[in-house]
Design a protein. Structure first.
Length: 436
């Protein structure tokens, strides 16, 4: 018999190429069914962690998957380095029949990968209604969090109205959002899907939802399509609440030269005292004036100071979720500054919210690709590099024989260096990391 590594490589190759005949021949050659199952379960690609079942699921080879699960009895929920299960692979490939088989055979329907995505998230991303219905009927976690939010947030942010309606019909909460994404209504408006917004409002989504410095009406006021604005107002949105800093929706409309939006909001908005002329033309002119610009810059500076103080006070009290809210509000005002993502990553790490910590670390790197490698004691920088995050963030728990922790570290290291390889030349990698 060949060595275990040689046999494992042959098994992987057979599955990846859809060669069931070859796979059965290897099993006969091994002779012992227990040994064959152990090799199938334990041997995986060094670079990805894919097992034989992952390869078969990715290409949607039903018969190979059936052979491995029923005859060989391999572990059905094996995870790659990125935590993808065979069911997630099947969902990514839109292999509905195979996904149904895996669910019926006991696959964990709501297991998430390193990004927090479940099979349901991928069904939505692929806009595959048949797969969505299958997973929802199987009681998939409808509010599962991910780096793109819940399945409903994911659907609304893509303008996928059929998915939004389907999720709502299965009980998805129309206002639920987590610490990464905007509320579903805001997601719908940003995607410019009036139908998604309408479906959410009919499901009693709150038009006055205020979350981390943003609200639906502020975004609708900036849209040229005034249906968004009119529908929110009809649903009870309040144009006189201060949502982002000291800016009212009517000012949001004026700042983007949306005159029609200003005209709609004008009779509903209480007069702002410092405006020299409270008319539609006066509002449009003043919002574009140098005086207004100067005042906005001063207000912006004051808001940053207040938000940073609030965040650091919250961190000193170890109220990391509240600190994240402050940093998110600062990010809404200053979205291109990597500092906010770095600080959020630090806060997420403190409460062991690893998926979100990694997401914000990657966001920081995206905004500032040349960010320097961290030095000892530099807490903020340490949490901006995914590879460094798990070394520093888990130093107090990292054990050489702790499989769960080491799996986490391996996942993050793989993601980080895969990203770095795609984004950089070999010379840049050496310069950026100090490693060859």
């Amino acid at each position: 018999m060949d060595s275990i590594s040689e046999t494992g490589a042959l098994i992987i190759e057979a599955a990846a190429t859809g060669d069931l005949k070859k796979l059965k021949a290897i099993r006969r050659k091994v002779g012992d069914d227990t040994d064959f199952r152990r090799i199938c379960d334990e041997y995986g690609d060094f670079s990805t962690g894919w097992t034989v079942l992952h390869h078969a699921a990715e290409i949607g080879h039903f018969e190979i998957c059936k052979f491995l699960i029923q005859n060989v009895q391999v572990y059905i929920d094996a995870s790659t380095y990125q935590r993808d299960t065979p069911l997630i692979k099947a969902a990514k490939g839109e292999h509905v029949k195979l996904a149904e088989y895996l669910v019926n055979r006991g696959a964990s329907i709501s297991k998430a990968n390193s990004k927090g995505f479940t099979a349901l998230h991928y069904a939505i991303i692929k806009d595959n209604r048949e797969l969505m219905e299958l997973l929802l009927l199987g009681n998939a976690a409808i509010e599962a969090d991910s780096v793109e939010g819940t399945p409903l947030q994911c659907a609304a942010s893509r303008g996928n109205v059929e998915a939004v309606k389907l999720l709502l019909s299965h009980g998805a909460k129309p206002d639920l959002c987590f610490l990464v994404m905007d509320p579903p209504l805001v997601c719908a408006i940003k995607s410019r899907s009036f139908q998604c917004m309408d479906a959410l409002l009919k499901a009693r989504a709150d038009p006055n939802t205020y979350y981390i410095g943003v609200c639906p009406l502020s975004f609708a006021a900036k849209e040229g399509d005034t249906r968004f604005l009119k529908s929110l107002l009809e649903a009870g949105a309040d144009p006189n609440s201060l949502f982002t800093g000291d800016v009212k929706p009517i000012e949001d409309a004026a700042l983007v030269h949306n005159r029609e939006g200003v005209e709609i909001l004008f009779p509903l908005t209480q007069q702002i005292k410092h405006y020299p002329e409270w008319t539609v033309d006066g509002i449009m002119d003043y919002c574009r004036s140098e005086l207004a610009k100067t005042m906005r810059e001063e207000d912006r500076s004051l808001r940053f100071t207040a938000l940073e103080k609030g965040a650091h006070d919250a961190m000193s009290l170890k109220d990391y979720d509240r600190a994240i809210v402050y940093f998110r509000m600062a990010n809404a005002i200053d979205p291109s500054n990597p500092k906010w993502a770095s600080k959020r990553s630090l806060c997420h790490a403190h409460v062991d919210r690893r998926v979100h910590a990694l997401y914000d670390a990657e966001e920081c790197i995206r905004l500032e690709p040349q960010i320097p490698a961290p030095h000892d004691g530099d807490a903020d920088a340490a949490y901006t590099l995914a590879e460094k995050f798990f070394i520093t963030g888990l130093a107090f728990t990292l054990e050489p024989y702790d499989k769960a922790i080491n799996d986490e570290f391996r996942t993050v290291s793989f993601d980080y260096f895969a990203w770095l390889y795609l984004m950089s030349s070999p010379e840049e990698i050496v310069s950026f990391t100090g490693k060859s």
